[in-house]
Structures are given as structure tokens and as C-alpha cells.
Design a protein around this ligand. Structure first.
Ligand SMILES: Nc1ncnc2c1ncn2[C@@H]1O[C@H](COP(=O)(O)OP(=O)(O)O)[C@@H](O)[C@H]1O
Ligand SMILES: [Mg+2]
Length: 248
């Protein structure tokens, strides 16, 4: 049975299962040996909201995403996805939540290089048991929205920015409640980085989900509704310096 998260009242709704939050973390602690990598993390991400998390290498950013994915069980604290407390959930329940409610985008794409973009986007839907003829149209429409041709041959032959947009389209196929991105633009040059970041940060409003982006790039982070810094296991609001301005 899930416990009730005792934080600020959210919507005033008494329905219990209804939540305006895509995800909530309360008092999350993760330690490796003596070192607490996450030491009392509280975070609420609303539907339609984007949050950027910055922090030095080794500060625990990926660990935090893994907690949200149910891949790292915290030593203490609560994780809620869509208002449902997953803290004590079984592996099976987490697998279902990952498949149905979470979308992920990583730094280097985990796309299948020899498939076409449209085939890559279809993969999660095919795995979920939907027939190919039903999902192909949806996959094509998503790619079109992101401006990537679906049938250009091998995905491996696309540019880095196009591949990241294919990965993003694939993350959205099942209409996730929460999208998690770990350094999604780190392998891109700055022009493709900007267009990939623009596509990424448009997602929460477009598909009504929450978005958590881990990045060390202030030019990416400042596009988020909220910027946070992870330091010594704790999150705090971050001031992101204004853009330096690209040389014209
Ligand atoms: N499975 C693990 N066992 C021991 N230490 C780990 C493990 N995973 C991560 N760490 C350590 O936790 C710290 C945070 O790692 P990570 O979350 O990957 O940081 P970041 O993504 O911010 O670079 C690092 O010092 C890392 O070495
Ligand atoms: Mg990391």
C-alpha cells in the first residue's frame, strides 16, 4: 500500500489518484558506502513543466534519473509517478510504469543503427504488441513533427542532431507522463544542439508531460521552466548566466 506523500497541498483535489505532478520525489537518499550521493532530495515536476538539473560530474545526476526510472531503489524517501507511490512497488510494476509512462533520451542514442528512423520509432510500440500496420502511421507523423525523414535508409547515416530527434520521437511514442533526458545534447555541435534543445523543451506543452533534463550546458538549461543545481547530494535553485551571444 502506498503511503500518502506529506508535502504542500497540490491541487486541493481529494481524489487521491489525480495529481498535477508528473513525478514527485520526497526525502530521497542514496548512499554508496559512506557517501550519500543523494541526501534528501525533494522535487516535484508538473505536467507541462520542464526542469533542468545541472551539477558537476559525479554529483549524482544520473543516479537521480535512475531513481525516477526505478532502476536505483533509494535507501529512503518516496518516488511518485503520476501521483502513484512507487517506493515499495515490485520490479514488475516498475517495468510497466517505465514502458507506459516514462520516456528516456540519452547522450549517445540507443537507436538501432541499421534500421530506418521510422522503424526505430516503431520499436517500443511493436514491443508492446501492437501490429506494425497500426503503428507505422503514428511513427511517421511523429518524425514529421520533428522534421526528420522517416525512410532515409540507415539511422546511423543521419546527423547527430537528427538522430537525437529520432530518439526523442521514439521516447514519445507511448505518450509518456514523464520524459527523462541525460545529457541529451552533449554529443552535438552548437547549432544542432540548439535545434535539438528547442525540440526537447517544446515537448512538455505539446504532449502534456513533465520533462527532466540533466545537462552541464547552461545554454540548454536556461530553456527549462526551472533550473536546479545538484551539489553535495542536495538540489537548490540555480542562477543560469545569460547567454554570452554567439559571434555573428
Ligand atoms: N553502482 C555504483 N556503485 C558505487 N558508486 C557509484 C555507483 N553508481 C554511481 N556511483 C558513484 O556515485 C557518484 C554519482 O554518480 P552519477 O550519478 O553517475 O553522477 P553524474 O551523473 O552527476 O556524473 C559518482 O561518484 C559515482 O562514482
Ligand atoms: Mg551522468
Amino acid at each position: 500500500m502506498g503511503r500518502v506523500l506529506c508535502t504542500r497541498p497540490t491541487t486541493g483535489s481529494r481524489e487521491g489518484t489525480l495529481s498535477v505532478f508528473a513525478c514527485e520525489l520526497a526525502g530521497i537518499r542514496v548512499a554508496y558506502g559512506q557517501r550519500a550521493v543523494l541526501d534528501g532530495i525533494d522535487l516535484q515536476v508538473g505536467i507541462g513543466q520542464s526542469v533542468a538539473i545541472m551539477g558537476r560530474s559525479g554529483s549524482g545526476k544520473s543516479t537521480l534519473l535512475n531513481v525516477l526510472l526505478g532502476l536505483r531503489r533509494p535507501d529512503s524517501g518516496q518516488v511518485l509517478v503520476g501521483g502513484v507511490d512507487m517506493s515499495q512497488a515490485s520490479e514488475r510494476a516498475w517495468t510497466t510504469v517505465r514502458r507506459e509512462q516514462l520516456g528516456v533520451v540519452f547522450q549517445s542514442s540507443s537507436l538501432l543503427p541499421d534500421l530506418t528512423p521510422v522503424e526505430n520509432v516503431m520499436v517500443p510500440l511493436l514491443i508492446s504488441g501492437q501490429p506494425a500496420e497500426d503503428v507505422e502511421g503514428a511513427a511517421r507523423a511523429l518524425l514529421e513533427e520533428f522534421g526528420v525523414p522517416g525512410d532515409v535508409g540507415r539511422t546511423a547515416d543521419l546527423s547527430g542532431g537528427e538522430q537525437q530527434r529520432v530518439a526523442l520521437a521514439r521516447a514519445l511514442t507511448r505518450k509518456p507522463r514523464l520524459v527523462l533526458a541525460d545529457e541529451p545534447t552533449a554529443s552535438l555541435d552548437w547549432t544542432t544542439r540548439d535545434s535539438a534543445a528547442e525540440s526537447l523543451f517544446a515537448v512538455p506543452k505539446r504532449v502534456r508531460c513533465g520533462l527532466v533534463v540533466v545537462t552541464h550546458d547552461p545554454d540548454v538549461a536556461r530553456r527549462a521552466d526551472r533550473c536546479l543545481m545538484l551539489t553535495n547530494g542536495q538540489l537548490s535553485d540555480a542562477e543560469v548566466a545569460p547567454p554570452v551571444g554567439h559571434a555573428q
